[in-house]
Design a protein around this ligand. Structure first.
Ligand code: MN
Length: 316
């Protein structure tokens, strides 16, 4: 990754002011990696802001983190300013539609993209720099390495946020986790990550937990290996993914398929696999995508139709 870091050093050298922006509905990987990049830029005596609407309805864990940060310059759509020689760093996302504030791309501004998601067709065009490495566990793994490379120090609050973010993105060190991921975690501990604060950040709402447990109770096995859950309530797509993750933790589940109506009026599918069953292959037949062990789709069909179609595909 040294080549990437050399490029980042050169980019930071070239511009005077930086805005860091991640995806809409930011998570701890988005925030944690933004904070690390912020500190690296600041250490080079350059001006930098993180674009995050602190008044927007933020995820609980994100709010707990943001509240503990005092020396970070946050901007949002109401007060951000673009000066001469500004670079927009886009982190943890590379599709224009998924940006926290896509309208910023209409400004005359240079854009650099750093991401760890599988490359999509609707990536941001005309960037001055783009680095996408979907084999990386998280943006935090990338940015922890950049902290080490540049010798930049961070405080215990940021280190804890980063450790929590990496734990979420790897699904507790199960997904895309390599020896380098653990090395990054070890480095975050060296920076003073606090295990208690990290646990605070990862605590979840009891009602949401019970609701998810209810859905899991309604799940059924399609055969010896596949678990399925069909949600009758309308939910947000991340809930489908969380249930799919939970089902995969159970004995004799090689793959999990979760289907439910989501907020945009479509029917969402979230799938997870231990590796033996290629869920991407199945979901791609319905217009979705992802990786062999983690894939999703959104369809303009009724819940019953999707369920039927999916069971039929799984039967093949
Ligand atoms: Mn991420």
């Amino acid at each position: 990754m040294d080549k990437l870091f050399k490029n980042l050093d050169q980019l930071i050298e070239k511009y005077d002011y930086f805005i860091i922006m991640a995806h809409a509905h930011p998570d701890l990987d988005a925030l944690g990696s933004s904070l690390a990049l912020y500190k690296c830029i600041e250490a080079k005596n350059k001006k930098v802001s993180i674009f995050l609407n602190k008044d927007a309805k933020l995820d609980d864990s994100l709010l707990k983190g943001v509240q503990r940060l005092d020396d970070i310059d946050f901007v949002d759509e109401r007060n951000y300013k673009i000066v001469d020689n500004t670079l927009l760093f886009v982190l943890d996302v590379h599709s224009d539609k998924r940006l926290e504030y896509p309208e910023i791309l209409n400004e005359k501004i240079d854009v650099a993209v750093l991401d760890h998601h599988i490359r999509r067709k609707d990536y941001i065009k005309n960037t001055v720099y783009m680095y996408i490495n979907s084999s990386l566990s998280s943006m935090i793994e990338m940015m922890t390495n950049y902290l080490v490379y540049t010798g930049t120090e961070i405080n215990s609050i940021i280190a804890s946020i980063m450790l929590a973010g990496m734990e979420i993105d790897t699904n507790e060190y199960n997904l895309k986790t390599t020896s380098k991921t653990y090395l990054a975690a070890s480095n975050l501990m060296k920076y003073g990550a606090d295990i208690i604060f990290k646990q605070e950040l990862l605590k979840e709402n009891m009602d949401e937990y019970i609701k998810r447990a209810d859905y899991i109770k309604q799940s059924f096995k399609l055969n010896d290996e596949i678990a399925m859950c069909v949600l009758t309530d309308q939910v947000e797509q991340p809930i489908l993914a969380e249930i799919a993750d939970d089902l995969l933790k159970l004995n004799n589940v090689e793959a999990s398929f979760v289907v439910g109506r989501i907020d945009n009026g479509k029917v969402g599918i979230s799938t997870r696999s231990m590796g033996k069953i290629n869920v991407e292959k199945i979901v791609s037949k319905l217009g979705g995508g992802g990786s062999t062990t983690n894939a999703a789709a959104q369809l303009d069909m009724s819940l019953t139709e999707v369920r039927k179609k999916l069971i039929q595909l799984l039967g093949e």
